[in-house]
Design a protein around this ligand. Structure first.
Ligand SMILES: [Zn+2]
Length: 120
């Protein structure tokens, strides 16, 4: 009896549209998508448990992605994606969308950019 164990089975989940931003790569201004990648360990090619999860904001035009590290922001961006989806489904009015969007965007913290000094 032997086991086939593997790493790196990846699945990708797109939470939908979030912030409107201008892409520094392709210069298009559009709703960035919140994307999650999850890498799984596999046994006989069946995913058993995830060992790495990352979140990105992805430009819908050129697919360039920026990794998110602040958990607060990830939660807020999920709420923004839900809100925009509700608006697309006509479950909230444009007025409510604008109001709630503003509150959520104001709750975002600045992502640490540049060199990462805290390596713990
Ligand atoms: Zn782009």
């Amino acid at each position: 009896m032997f086991f086939i164990f593997g790493w790196g089975h990846r699945n990708i989940k797109n939470f939908g549209s979030t912030l409107v931003q201008k892409c520094p790569i392709c210069s298009h201004t559009s709703h960035y998508s919140l994307v999650r990648t999850r890498d799984w360990a596999t046994l006989f090619f069946i995913p058993i448990f995830p060992y790495e999860t990352k979140y990105y904001l992805e430009c819908p035009v050129c697919k360039n992605a920026f990794e998110l590290e602040n958990e607060n922001n990830i939660e807020k961006l999920k709420e923004i994606a839900e809100l925009i989806e509700k608006f697309d489904n006509k479950e909230v009015t444009k007025k409510d969308l604008n109001k709630q969007y503003k509150v959520l965007v104001n709750g975002l913290k600045k992502e640490e950019k540049g060199e990462d000094k805290s390596d713990d």
